[in-house]
Ligand binder design. Structure first.
Ligand code: GTP
Ligand code: MG
Length: 228
């Protein structure tokens, strides 16, 4: 019984996600869903990412948290439009669902942007199960979380298109095996692009920014081609 209900919730979400996908394609907006456990550095990574891509790529951010506008306040400093979702207003969900994204996107001028980044609720499990109509998914894993997380929480690493290993500035203070975490990620998702970064020092940002920019330009080129 319970399994049936869960499946129905996911089916409804998938239908809504496809509607979002069509809307984002019409508006020629590339959507990135950024996920991680709480505190891995999603907001810190986005603060720096925006500083690299603006003004070349016009962006906006939807950020999900259970409570507070802390992340929206931090991200608004970058100058991009930010919409904060607090899930405690509708039951404290531990993830963002497609219908929530549709509502939040209604507060943004999609004609004015090329890139919409969604910072999902901090959680390494549930957000992986909910398609929101995005074009790409990235997972952030910080070096203080342990090398085994990709194999303990495999769905997140399976559904994501890129992994960012964050806080590498802390490596001198940790017993952390970089090769082991890369091996674990690739065991779950062979060929997955992996970017080792520090959102504090900006080390390693070049390849990550290139990956993101090429995703945006590839979508726009594909849409142009299919409209001809
Ligand atoms: N040393 C170091 N600290 C970092 C780095 N990135 C983030 N932090 C710190 O880690 C803490 C959490 O970072 P956030 O950006 O808030 O993490 P988050 O994933 O957005 O957290 P939630 O939205 O609550 O899930 C903050 O104190 C950041 O300053 C980094 O690369 N190096
Ligand atoms: Mg955050």
């Amino acid at each position: 019984m319970e399994i049936k209900v869960v499946r129905k919730v996911l089916d409804v979400n998938n239908t809504m996600a496809q509607q979002n996908r069509r809307m984002f394609a019409e508006k020629k907006v590339f959507v990135l869903n950024m996920m991680s456990s709480p505190g891995s550095g999603k907001t810190a990574t986005l603060e720096k990412t925006i500083s690299y891509i603006m003004p070349e790529i016009k962006s906006a951010i939807i950020v999900g948290d259970i409570c507070t506008t802390n992340d929206a306040d931090r991200l608004a400093v970058t100058g991009v439009p930010v919409v904060q979702i607090n899930t405690d207003e509708f039951g404290g969900d531990c993830h963002l669902a497609a219908h929530v994204i549709e509502k939040a996107a209604g507060n943004l001028d999609l004609d004015a942007i090329d890139l919409l980044i969604v910072e999902n609720v901090g959680n390494l499990v549930c957000p992986a199960e909910f398609d929101i109509g995005e074009d790409a998914r990235a997972v952030v894993l910080s070096v203080t979380e342990g090398e085994d997380k990709p194999v303990k929480y495999p769905l997140m690493f399976r559904v994501c298109d890129a992994a960012l290993i964050n806080k590498i500035d802390l490596l001198p203070y940790l017993d952390y095996d970089r090769k082991e975490v890369v091996k674990n990620i690739l065991q779950i998702h062979p060929g997955m692009p992996i970017f080792e970064i520090s959102a504090k020092t900006k080390e390693g940002f070049g390849p990550w920014i290139n990956w993101l920019k090429s995703g945006v330009s590839r979508k726009i080129a594909d849409l142009k081609r299919s409209n001809v």
